[in-house]
Ligand binder design. Structure first.
Ligand SMILES: *[C@@H]1O[C@H](CO)[C@@H](O)[C@H](O)[C@H]1NC(C)=O
Ligand SMILES: *[C@@H]1O[C@H](CO)[C@@H](O)[C@H](O)[C@H]1NC(C)=O
Ligand SMILES: *[C@@H]1O[C@H](CO)[C@@H](O)[C@H](O)[C@H]1NC(C)=O
Ligand SMILES: *[C@@H]1O[C@H](CO)[C@@H](O)[C@H](O)[C@H]1NC(C)=O
Ligand SMILES: *[C@@H]1O[C@H](CO)[C@@H](O)[C@H](O)[C@H]1NC(C)=O
Ligand SMILES: *[C@@H]1O[C@H](CO)[C@@H](O)[C@H](O)[C@H]1NC(C)=O
Ligand SMILES: *[C@@H]1O[C@H](CO)[C@@H](O)[C@H](O)[C@H]1NC(C)=O
Ligand SMILES: *[C@@H]1O[C@H](CO)[C@@H](O)[C@H](O)[C@H]1NC(C)=O
Ligand SMILES: *[C@@H]1O[C@H](CO)[C@@H](O)[C@H](O)[C@H]1NC(C)=O
Ligand SMILES: *[C@@H]1O[C@H](CO)[C@@H](O)[C@H](O)[C@H]1NC(C)=O
Ligand SMILES: CC(=O)N[C@H]1CO[C@H](CO)[C@@H](O)[C@@H]1O
Length: 866
């Protein structure tokens, strides 16, 4: 058989043009061409075994198809047959060939310049993924009118793209990618008006991208990546309205992203990575709402990530890494339900990781390393259950590693190194069966390393640089391991016990006093009295012991003793002798965090000074100062301004603005207070608190302790929220424990505090706010102790409202002086905020909107009445 081929080939060579022989046998001419073609090939997998010269027709041969009307070979498709050899002249006998596809073989040699001239019927030529060398001959395109698809991709072709190519005006798809083509792109390329797909990526093309691309009005795919193009993307690209896939990656392109791209609404892929683009990421990018892949990494983009990015509902890959992007991660990220990969690494992002990341439920890879991200790792990250890879290294993250990380059952790789994380490693990280790398080196973690799972094979370099970690791995015995010291007992904290027993019966509004006493009060009162006594002794002794030394804190007097810092830059001069400053007579209040004194400064200005108790638990000076500095930046009409602070190792002061009218609690419940607290004023207070709290939440601050004694009222009836953010001044403890100590006020405590499995979020403040609303409207305390009953305000209101007796819930002092249309929705809003289930509570921004709507509609009604 092999011999026959050789003889045949010889025959062909010897007797030259075969037309003579084949004229009357057009049939055999196709066969002859194919047989000779086969004879020149290596066919290691015997793919062409069906090519038998004894057949009458090649039409049934593997890879061969004939046109039924002429019985001539119209299609030769031998993709991936592992053939090697040259694409010889013999194929040019297949005069009726329309499709020639030899992709994914090992053909070598040059491209014959006669190919298209001889086979002028060819519509598809695909020689991609072979080992063809040499230049693309200019003559090749002399007669190429019928050519629709041309691919020479992934060969070793050199030289330039011939200008003559522009005469192939039927071309719909052109692919010369992954060769070694050089030279500039000729504007003749844009004469190919039928072009739908153009791929010249991965060559050595250079120069500017010529003008005129708008002629390609049918273009859907444009890939010019991995070349050496310079200059800008032509603005006219925005006229190619059908473009879906745009890839200019890894060139030397400059300037800003053309505005006109915003017209390309069908675009699903936009890759500009690895260029020198600058300017900010355009806000309209969020309008390209079919985008699935957006890669802008490794450029010179600066400014913020536009909020509108949340409009990209189909987005799967977002890569902005290695730019100069600042600002924070927009909360609109929660809208990106399809997002699979998010890479914002190597930028200058501030702010914290927004808890809204929980909305990105498809997220598999999250890379935020090397930014300036602060704050805590949000517990909600546990909701991103598809996460396999998490890199937060080289940021300024604080707080503990949330146990919710253990919910990420698919997690394989996590790098949290080089942050300021504290606390212990959650034990149940050992539950993560796919974990193979969990790097927490260079943080402030303490305590014992978990045992089991990944931690059985851990090497020291995963945990290096945490001096307080213990265990055999780090040669540091756990005997004197870290035990959190208890916070100074708060006299009210034990109310939580009685509260939880109340809660079991919360469907009953009234509880008989005997039950109450039996379950809660007996214990809580005794503990309470003991605690108050201990607290008093502690405070008195600390005041009397440290006496004069403690109060000589003017920086000039003893610089080593500590430093007093006022945010307005003033050096504080106290009017009185330092010794008299923080004396009991000046005391104006006590809370979970400390004692508050009212002090007059030299300039006659009053300030409130809070002396932190549990001082041995406060952080290092550096941490304390950085937290207070942060709080000092919190400025809002409805939030108490922090004016300064003082630190020394034994005690710390925080200096606030002072409000002479006192707290909301005083205004509502102090019978001596003669002030008329009108409905208008109350509404203003409710709205103000809502705005202040919304602001705090926006700043990522959870208050944890919303109650009427922590809201102050200024002379214009504006409420000011105080006592926020202090949790961050204490060392990191389990949030749950900490919060239960702080949440001292009976009745304001959100039910989830009792439930250790539920994460505490800002929704706990919204619960407290709801109770506050009811308190302001009703003038009643959240829990009132009657002669032999306990009334839980929120349950009482809920039941009265249910019975249609709204008036019963409104402060008697207001009777006749309010509009029911306004009060009723406010009460309902209060109840919704005080829902038992955290997710049922609206967020504060919504609350503000609702209140403003209530205000508008009732004002509207009053207008109408006039
Ligand atoms: C391609 O052919 C060359 C020689 O003709 C051979 O060395 C090489 O292994 C072949 N490659 C493949 C992928 O078959
Ligand atoms: C061009 O050809 C290469 C190699 O076959 C292929 O990977 C690529 O997807 C093709 N480009 C287009 C736009 O189809
Ligand atoms: C293709 O070109 C590259 C770079 O010049 C060379 O290393 C490689 O050997 C070439 N391959 C073939 C099959 O000629
Ligand atoms: C962007 O870069 C170009 C050229 O590198 C420069 O001319 C232009 O001023 C830069 N524009 C902005 C907004 O930075
Ligand atoms: C983002 O792009 C950079 C290059 O610009 C690349 O190194 C990195 O791997 C990409 N990120 C992801 C997650 O693919
Ligand atoms: C990043 O932006 C800062 C100013 O915000 C500028 O000083 C710096 O040169 C920029 N870096 C790069 C690499 O563009
Ligand atoms: C991990 O432990 C915490 C409490 O320690 C618990 O809330 C959480 O459900 C646990 N997670 C897993 C996956 O076991
Ligand atoms: C996770 O680990 C905890 C102990 O840390 C264990 O109580 C719990 O059952 C584990 N959960 C799973 C799903 O393995
Ligand atoms: C953990 O991270 C540190 C700091 O980036 C690095 O030096 C160390 O090699 C990493 N360890 C492992 C096991 O990857
Ligand atoms: C722990 O001690 C052993 C033996 O002294 C030593 O080989 C090892 O390097 C030490 N490991 C660390 C993390 O210091
Ligand atoms: C809001 C915020 O924290 N901004 C800071 C982000 O980081 C830069 C550089 O460290 C600071 O200058 C900003 O004040």
């Amino acid at each position: 058989m092999q011999d026959q081929f050789i003889i045949l080939s010889l025959f062909l060579v010897l007797f030259g043009p075969l037309q003579v022989i084949s004229q009357n046998q057009p049939f055999n001419e196709d066969m002859l061409g194919l047989i000779v073609f086969k004879a020149g090939l290596e066919d290691p997998k015997n793919k062409l075994s069906s090519w038998n010269e004894d057949d009458y027709s090649p039409c049934n041969w593997e890879g061969v198809k004939c046109d039924p009307s002429t019985n001539r070979v119209s299609s030769l498709v031998l993709d991936g047959f592992s053939l090697s050899g040259h694409i010889g002249k013999s194929l040019m006998r297949l005069q009726f060939l329309q499709i020639l596809s030899l992709s994914r073989n090992n053909f070598t040699g040059r491209i014959n310049h006669d190919l298209l001239i001889t086979l002028w019927n060819l519509k598809v030529v695909d020689l991609s993924e072979n080992n063809l060398v040499g230049t693309i001959p200019d003559e090749l395109f002399k007669q190429c009118w019928s050519l629709r698809v041309l691919s020479f991709a992934k060969n070793n072709l050199t030289g330039t793209i011939p200008d003559s190519l522009s005469s192939c005006y039927s071309l719909a798809s052109l692919n010369f990618s992954s060769n070694q083509l050089k030279g500039e792109l000729h504007y003749g390329m844009w004469f190919l008006k039928e072009l739908q797909s153009l791929d010249l990526s991965n060559n050595f093309l250079e120069g500017e991208i010529p003008e005129g691309i708008q002629n390609l009005y049918d273009l859907r795919e444009l890939r010019l990546g991995r070349n050496f193009f310079i200059g800008k993307i032509p603005e006219s690209i925005g006229n190619c309205l059908l473009l879906k896939l745009i890839d200019f990656s890894d060139n030397l392109l400059t300037d800003v992203i053309p505005e006109s791209i915003q017209r390309l609404a069908s675009c699903t892929l936009l890759s500009l990575q690895g260029n020198y683009f600058n300017g900010s990421i355009p806000h309209w990018i969020g309008e390209l709402n079919n985008l699935e892949i957006l890669k802008l990494s490794s450029n010179r983009f600066y400014g913020q990530i536009p909020f509108g990015i949340g409009g990209l509902r189909s987005l799967q890959v977002l890569n902005f890494s290695a730019n100069n992007i600042s600002g924070s991660i927009p909360v609109s990220i929660r809208e990106l339900k399809s997002l699979y990969t998010l890479d914002l690494s190597d930028n200058k992002l501030n702010g914290s990781i927004p808890y809204e990341i929980e909305g990105a439920i498809s997220l598999s890879e999250l890379r935020l390393q090397r930014n300036f991200l602060g704050g805590r790792i949000p517990v909600q990250i546990g909701k991103c259950s598809e996460l396999t890879s998490l890199n937060l290294a080289h940021n300024k993250l604080i707080g503990s590693i949330p146990t919710s990380i253990a919910d990420l059952t698919n997690l394989q790789y996590a790098d949290l190194s080089y942050n300021k994380l504290s606390g212990t490693l959650p034990k149940n990280l050992t539950n993560l069966t796919h974990l193979f790398s969990f790097n927490v080196s260079y943080n402030n973690l303490k305590g014992e390393l978990p045992i089991g799972g990944f931690f059985n094979t851990i090497t020291p370099s995963f945990v290096h640089g945490n001096p307080l970690l213990c265990g055999s791995l780090v040669n540091h015995s756990c005997d004197q391991s870290y035990h959190p010291k208890p916070i100074v007992l708060n006299p009210n904290s034990n109310y939580n016990n009685s509260r939880s027993s109340l809660k079991n019966h919360h469907h009953k509004i009234m509880l008989s006093v005997s039950v109450f006493i039996a379950i809660g009060a007996a214990i809580s009162i005794v503990v309470g009295i003991v605690a108050v006594t201990i607290l008093n002794i502690h405070v008195r002794s600390s005041i009397s012991h440290s006496g004069g030394e403690e109060f000589s804190f003017s920086p000039e007097k003893d610089p080593k003793c500590g430093q007093l810092v006022m945010f307005n830059g003033d050096i504080i001069e106290f009017a009185d002798e330092a010794n008299d400053l923080l004396k009991e007579g000046n005391e104006i209040g006590r809370g979970g965090f400390g004692i508050v004194y009212c002090v007059v400064l030299r300039d006659r200005k009053f300030v409130a000074i809070k002396k932190l108790i549990g001082s041995s638990l406060t952080k290092s000076q550096e941490d304390f100062e950085s937290e207070v500095q942060k709080l000092g930046k919190i400025r809002h009409q409805n939030v108490v301004a922090l004016e300064g602070y003082y630190w020394n190792p034994s005690f710390q002061l925080i200096i606030y603005e002072h409000f002479s009218r006192g707290s909301l609690h005083k205004l509502l419940h102090d019978d001596q207070s003669k002030i008329v607290f009108s409905w208008r004023a109350r509404f203003k207070v409710i709205l103000g608190i809502a705005k202040g709290l919304a602001y705090l939440h926006e700043m990522d601050i959870i208050h944890y302790n919303m109650k009427s004694t922590n809201v102050f009222i200024d002379v214009c009836d504006e409420p000011k929220i105080g006592d926020f953010g202090l949790v961050n001044l204490l060392p990191m403890l389990d949030h749950c424990v900490l919060s239960s100590k702080i949440q001292s006020a009976l009745g304001y405590t959100a039910p989830e505090f009792a439930c250790r499995t539920v994460n505490i979020t800002e929704k706990c403040d919204i619960y407290g706010f709801g109770i506050l609303v009811l308190e302001i409207v009703s003038g009643k305390r959240p829990v009132e102790y009657m002669e032999d009953d306990v009334i839980v305000l929120c349950d009482m209101v809920r039941s009265e409202l249910g019975d249609g007796k709204v008036e019963q819930c409104i402060d008697e002092k207001l009777i006749g002086k309010f509009s029911l249309e306004e009060v009723t929705p406010v009460i309902k809003l209060g109840l919704v905020c005080a829902s038992q289930v955290p997710s049922n509570r609206p967020d504060m921004a919504e609350v503000v909107n609702i209140l403003e709507m209530i205000q508008c509609s009732s004002e509207g009604q009053q207008e109408e009445l006039k």
